[in-house]
Every structure is written in C-alpha cells, then in structure tokens.
Design a binder for this molecule. Structure first.
Ligand code: AMP
Length: 116
C-alpha cells in the first residue's frame, strides 16, 4: 500500500480545502499557494505516489483528470484564452506531494514552459 499524504485527508474532508468537484474517482480543489489566478489541483482518490507508479489499472481515474480539467477550465472562464496542465514527478520534476496530481493553471499568459 502506498503511503497516504495530506491529499488523502482532503479527499476524506478531514482537513479544510476549497473542493470544487468530487466523484468516486477524482477530486479537484484549489491550490493553497496559487501560482496563477486560477490554480486547481485535480487528483485521483486512490493513492498513486508518482507517474512512475502508474499502471493500466489507473487509466480510468487518470483519464478523468482530463475531463475534469476541461470542465474546471470552462467553469473558471479560462478555456478560450488557454491554460496549462502540469504533472511533476519526483525530485527533478519538483514534486512536493507524493500523491499524483494534475495542476490546472491559467488566468494570465503563463510564459515559456520552463523557467530556463
Ligand atoms: P507539486 O510540487 O507538483 O507536488 O505540487 C504540490 C502542490 O500542492 C503545491 O502547488 C502546493 O501549493 C499544493 N498544496 C500543498 N498542500 C496543500 C493543501 N493542504 N491544500 C491545497 N494545496 C496544497
């Protein structure tokens, strides 16, 4: 069993978070430290630590990250202008929370994909 993180507590509503959407497979909530006017995290409810741990069993939940991202972007009014979806993996990717998550960032021009 993969180790739980703070995100499991958010999914179970044991700690406060601004949850925008939840179903049996995924949860979407606002990032606590937003890097853009819209910054939403979309996560599977099951603990998958990193992209390195993904298997075919996860395809339904991980596919849903995209359909929820599309809907959240539309609801936030950023779909037309555009946005960025980002998944960090491990140290070099800058991953801080080891429960796989998709960042939905938008609301302003985001600039080049990488800082350098
Ligand atoms: P990453 O660096 O890809 O692992 O991103 C982790 C993200 O989780 C960061 O953008 C944090 O601001 C965010 N985060 C950490 N704790 C919380 C929390 N309790 N509620 C909402 N977002 C959080």
């Amino acid at each position: 069993m993969a180790e739980e993180t703070i995100f499991s507590k958010i999914i179970r509503k044991e700690i406060p978070a601004d949850i925008l959407y939840q179903d049996e497979l995924v949860t979407a909530f606002r990032d606590i430290s937003p890097k853009a006017p819209t910054h939403i995290l979309i996560i599977p409810n099951a603990v998958i630590p990193t992209v390195n741990d993904v298997t075919a069993e996860h395809e339904q939940a991980l596919g849903r990250l995209f359909t929820v991202a599309r809907k959240q972007a539309a609801d936030a009014g950023i779909a037309e202008d555009g946005y960025r979806l980002l998944v960090n993996c491990n140290r070099h990717g800058g991953q801080e929370v080891y429960h796989i998550h998709m960042h939905l960032l938008g609301g302003r021009p985001l600039g080049p994909m990488l800082a350098q």
